[in-house]
Design a protein around this ligand. Structure first.
Ligand SMILES: *Cc1c(COP(=O)(O)O)cnc(C)c1O
Length: 382
């Protein structure tokens, strides 16, 4: 949505690119030196903005980028040659020729994909770069691990595809270390079943953010795919990855639109789901579900004003959210309200905000709408 940049901000996401860069460096430093860093930047870099995020991660030393689709990959390629860009989701037949045009690497799950990419390569007199994706128990993309050997054979026979890597994806790295270990084991067995495959010449990767908790640094793994953690968010509250000391990159802020007094007994917002128990001072905030404050937050979430937690009253509406500021001294129209992030020594984490909306940080980040301008902060300030 077009937003004239000279107008004051009513609801915005603050993106701290300096923190992003520090996070990448901290994550790298926590891994063995030979491990390649695949920065996962699908879905507009988890809502942080693809261009700004990728440019900063290039500067910070990311080795590769992974995205969901060819459109996102092309957007990264427009920023510059050199960095391999891996597409994680299936490529549609109509997109095949763009793999070569934009120098994009595709993930392969099926023999049909091998044949299609081989044909595209042959026609252009070039080779299409691929990673072999192996399904070790996610039940989504990838060739089933027991059939990987056969698919690899097909890849070997295809003259116009070049295998650059092999990977798998964990279904429950954040909650089931035993099954994650089993997935690693299936993956290694599957690789061994590929006659003639030399893992040391490929990029071999499995770990997402949560996977880093249980990674043993064993051969032949030589790359990790990091999404959430580089944005300074732990995959779950008790994560051992707290030791890496990443910091949040994303904050979500709005402003107080009006402040007014209402008597005890007043019903608040649509559906009258909340009745004031006392004479109250309420503030109406300039953000609602049209901005990404989930309606599920109604009567549950808290918002920081002047560093004090204020309860959301009644239903979140499209453009406004009502909060109780009775106990906050000196609130006035235009004051900043923080939905996610730090304010005057207090903090609401994205995990907390996500809990209030029955969601997870990944989804919360993808739910901040186009109406919300992303404001980039660097080490030089806003
Ligand atoms: C999104 C994604 C990742 C990154 O996951 P995080 O939990 O955000 O680190 C890694 N690999 C694949 C295949 C993905 O789709």
């Amino acid at each position: 949505m077009y937003s004239p940049p000279q107008l004051p901000l009513r609801c915005w996401a603050e993106i701290d690119l300096a923190a992003l860069e520090r996070n990448l460096r901290l994550i790298r430093a926590s891994l063995p030196a030979h491990i390649k860093y695949v920065a996962v930047v699908k879905a507009d870099a988890y809502g942080h903005g693809l261009h700004q995020t990728v440019a900063r991660l290039m500067h910070a030393g990311a080795d590769l980028f992974a995205v969901a689709n060819v459109t996102e990959a092309a957007a990264i390629r427009e920023l510059g040659p050199g960095w391999p860009v891996l597409v994680l989701s299936p490529v549609l037949p109509a997109e095949d020729k763009y793999l070569l045009e934009y120098d994009i690497t595709a993930a392969i799950s099926t023999p049909e994909e091998v044949d299609r990419f081989d044909a595209v390569g042959r026609e252009a007199g070039r080779v299409v770069a691929i990673h072999l994706k192996i399904d070790t128990g996610m039940g989504r993309l990838g060739v089933w691990h027991e059939e990987a050997g056969r698919l690899y054979e097909r890849i070997r026979r295809a003259e116009h595809v070049r295998l650059d890597g092999a990977f798998t994806h964990f279904s429950s790295a954040d909650e089931d270390p035993a099954f994650t270990d089993e997935q690693r084991r299936r993956f290694l067995v599957a690789l061994r079943s590929c006659a003639g495959l030399d893992p040391s010449r490929l990029l071999i990767h499995a770990d997402n953010s949560a996977g880093l908790e249980t990674a043993h640094g064993e051969q032949p793994f030589n790359a990790v795919r990091v999404g959430l953690l580089q944005f300074g968010i732990l995959p779950h509250p008790n994560s051992m990855l707290a030791r890496v000391h990443t910091e949040p990159v994303f904050s979500f802020r709005t402003r107080v639109g009006i402040v007014k007094r209402l008597p005890a007994g007043t019903d608040i917002s649509y559906g009258r789901t909340m009745t004031l128990q006392r004479d109250s001072l309420i503030a109406v905030l300039c953000a609602g579900y049209g901005d990404g404050v989930a309606r599920a937050c109604s009567n549950r979430a808290q918002v920081l004003v002047h560093g004090i937690r204020c309860a959301v009253l009644g239903r979140v509406t499209m453009d406004q959210t009502i909060i109780d500021v009775t106990d906050v001294p000196g609130v006035s129209c235009g004051d900043e309200a923080t939905l996610v992030g730090r304010q005057e020594g207090a903090e609401i984490s994205i995990a907390e905000f996500s809990d209030w909306s029955d969601s997870i940080p990944w989804e919360t980040l993808c739910s901040v709408t186009k109406r919300v301008p992303r404001v980039y902060r660097t080490s030089l300030g806003l």
